[in-house]
Every structure is written in C-alpha cells, then in structure tokens.
Design a protein around this ligand. Structure first.
Ligand code: NAI
Ligand code: MG
Length: 398
C-alpha cells in the first residue's frame, strides 16, 4: 500500500509541541506516513493577514487528512495591533482558522469521545453507599453538529430593518420586543437544517451500532427550544425506528444532563447534540476523565473523506515559552489515534491506546496536571514528567 500523506498543522504555542509528540508516537508504532506542514494560526495572521492561507486549504484538498495542534486567537483590537504594519490599512478582519476549516470543508461531524483510563488520578470519583468511594467508568462518544446552530454566525447587533421588521410581524415577538429600539437589540440565531441534523444523528447511530453502545441520547432542550431541539429529537425518533431499532433512544435536557454528569455518567453511551450544547456537554464529560490533557476530537465530512483531528485544548501561550515543555501530550496522541481509526488503521490505534493505558495505569510517569501540581516551570524538577518524558514512556511501551 502506498504511504499516506498527512497534513500536519501545528498552529501556535503548545500546538507545535504536542503535534510533534504525536508524530513521534506514530513513528514508533510503525505507522508509515509522509507529513507535509500546513501553515495555520496567529503567525500567519500577523505576517500575511490570513491565519488560514489558501496553500493550506490546497494541501488538505489534496491529501484529505489533517492533524491539527492548536491556534491562538485574540480579541479584535489586539489582532489589529499585531498585524504587520504594511497590512494595517487593508481592512483585514481576523476570523478563526479552525472555524474556517470547518466551513470550507463542511466538517459537520464532530466526535469527542471521553473514556476513563484506569489509574488516572484525575478520574471523577463520588460517594457510594456506606461511605464507599466509587470511580465510575465513563465511556461516552459525543457527536456535536459542527457547522450550524448557535455558532452559525447568523447574528446582529442593531439588526438591519428587514430583520427587525420580520421580528415584529409576529404579535408575540412584537409584544416582547417591539418596545425596544433596534439599536438596543442583539440577535444571535440558532438555525438547524434537516440535512445537517440528519447527518449528525445518523453518524451517532452508526457509531453506536459499530462500537456496540446500547443507547443514543439526544441532549438538547426540546421542551423550551421547541423548533430546533424539537426537530432534532423528532428526527432521531424516526431514524431510530426505521433503521436502528436495536439501539435505545434517550432524550435529556442539556441543563439536567450537566447535573446528571456527576450522578450517573457511566449510564450514557453515545450522545448527540447541536453545536453549542455539544460543545458544553463534551467539556462536561471531559472533566470527568482528566480534563484538557485528555480531551480529543475528530471533525470530518463523511462524503468527501476530509478529516481534521485535534485536541480540544488551545495553545496555552503561558506554557509555550517554558524551556522544558510540561503539557500533557495525551489529548493530541488520542486525537491522532482517532485519525488512525478514520483511515482504517485501527490496529495501530489500538496498540497506541494500549501503550497510553499502561503508562497511566502504572502511574510512574505523570505530567503536572496528573500530578496535581500548579503549572509552573519548575514542575519537572519537582517530579512531574515533561511532555517529552510522557511521550517517551508511551513509546517505550510500544
Ligand atoms: P487553553 O486550552 O490553551 O489552556 C487553558 C489551560 O488548560 C492552560 O493554562 C492549562 O492549564 C490547561 N491545558 C491546556 N492544554 C493542556 C495540556 N495539553 N496539558 C495540560 N494542561 C493543559 O485555553 P485558553 O488559555 O483559554 O486559550 C489560550 C489560547 O488558545 C487562546 O488564544 C484561545 O483562543 C486558543 N484556543 C484555541 C483552541 C483551538 O485551537 N482549537 C481551543 C481553545 C482555545
Ligand atoms: Mg469548547
């Protein structure tokens, strides 16, 4: 078989560090690939006025599979301030390159699995009967619609007349908002399309079927957000009945789900939600299995086969400058394993996950977050593993 070419997009800060570690693990695990570097992030905004240069889009167009580290985003004023002087009068506006990638390639399926590793000192524990301590084993796969909903960008402050007038055509809306001048109104919409909703629901059910999860939970708020959440749940009922009768369909409200997180997280299998609630519920579950050092994700378009795999964490600029890197590479390594699953290299992914599990279970090598130390530069001197040492330990197991 010909060698794969992977577009490696390190981005900014610790994104560069952890991506490199994932490639070291791939090499050690015998995954043969060529890596081409895709420019993305703050550096390219400052130098070129574009954090997602066309050449990076072209690379992904060609090779389809990308590993992504993390990027830095800054508020509007700072973004302008740091732009190269010759670009300052060009009217450029910063926008997140990762959102740009999602939109350009229609990466509408976002999968964020959260699985407990035995022996991880960051695992959630709770009280059981008779003063016992329970450590529930979490194994959920969260499917988040990645391109529309509340993050779809359809929003206005001081909305244009057409929007304001349309709002006031409805008597109830006119009653609630008609007394407020439009300069005092901000609107952020939540648009769900049937097509995208069906795609995320089917992806969730198919995943449940493929990996043996017994239930799919729609986590929205259909009792209040009746149209969009309501549509999603109704479509889930139809899809389940027609094509996945062996899988149970559950329905939770996002607010209650966040409360149940600490009560019975082990009961959930696949969870599916719109963009915003998917973001929230996946962070919630990630907190139970170790937080940002462990939270991985995949985003892909099943039709084109384009996929980008990235840890959930950002560029952690504070840590990026440390002489010895202290951040946990596992979130990136896990994301890279999701890439392997996606391109049908499950065997190598399994081998890497086993090595990670062994290192965590043994407990001899722990990055600062696992060792529960404050993230200072001297943690390695004090006994925490550096980023490289953690990777080395995983490689040794391989
Ligand atoms: P962050 O995720 O970069 O860092 C928050 C804190 O989480 C860090 O200070 C550190 O304590 C911890 N942390 C993060 N990654 C870790 C790891 N691998 N191991 C151990 N601990 C880890 O989020 P923050 O500070 O809110 O944002 C920093 C920059 O990253 C911002 O410019 C933000 O816009 C960007 N960002 C980018 C994302 C992306 O590329 N997808 C996602 C989130 C934030
Ligand atoms: Mg988030």
């Amino acid at each position: 078989m010909s060698k794969r070419t992977i577009v490696a997009m390190p981005g900014d800060g610790i994104g560069k560090t952890v991506l490199n570690e994932a490639i070291r693990v791939f090499d050690a695990a015998g995954f043969e690939a060529d890596y081409v570097e895709g420019d993305i992030g703050w550096e390219f905004w400052c130098k070129e006025g574009n954090p997602l240069p066309q050449r990076t889009i072209d690379l992904l167009e060609k090779h389809k599979i990308g590993l992504f580290g993390a990027i830095t985003s800054k508020p509007k004023d700072e973004a302008f301030e740091e732009l190269a002087p010759e670009l300052k009068d060009k009217g450029l506006v910063y926008s997140s390159p990762i959102v740009g990638l999602r939109q350009h390639f229609g990466l509408d399926i976002c999968l964020r699995p959260c699985r407990t590793y035995k022996g991880n000192p960051l695992n959630f524990i709770r009280r059981g009967p008779g003063g016992t301590i329970e450590e529930p084993e979490v194994d959920v796969a969260i499917f988040r619609q990645n391109t529309e909903g509340l993050y779809g960008g359809v929003e206005w402050s001081n909305p244009p007349d057409q929007v304001y007038d349309a709002l006031l055509t409805h008597p109830k809306f006119a009653k609630n908002f008609g007394g407020t001048p439009k300069e005092e109104i901000s609107v952020s919409t939540r648009i769900f399309t049937k097509k995208a909703t069906e795609r995320i629901l089917r992806a969730a059910f198919e995943h449940a079927g493929k990996y043996g999860y017994k239930s799919v939970t729609v986590c929205e708020k259909p009792n209040v957000i009746r149209e969009t959440s309501g549509m999603m749940y109704k479509m889930a009922q139809q899809i389940q009945k027609a094509d996945f009768p062996e899988i149970e369909l559950w329905n939770t409200n996002i607010d209650a789900q966040m409360m149940w997180l600490t009560k019975n997280p082990e009961n959930y299998g696949v969870i599916v939600a719109g963009n915003m609630f998917g973001d929230i519920v996946s962070d919630g579950f990630a907190g139970l299995i170790g937080g940002l050092g462990f939270a991985c994700s995949a985003q892909y378009n099943p039709d084109t086969g384009v996929g980008v795999f990235e840890p959930t964490h950002g560029s952690a600029p504070k840590y990026a400058g440390y002489k010895i890197s202290i951040v946990n590479p596992i979130a990136m390594i896990e994301s890279a394993c999701m890439m392997l699953d996606f391109i049908d290299e499950q065997k190598i992914a399994k081998k890497i996950r086993k090595a990670v599990a062994e290192v965590i279970a043994e407990g001899n090598v722990r990055t600062y977050d696992m060792a529960k130390m404050p993230g200072r530069e001297d943690v390695v001197e004090k006994g925490a593993a550096s980023t490289q040492q953690m990777t080395d330990a995983i490689i040794e197991k391989l």
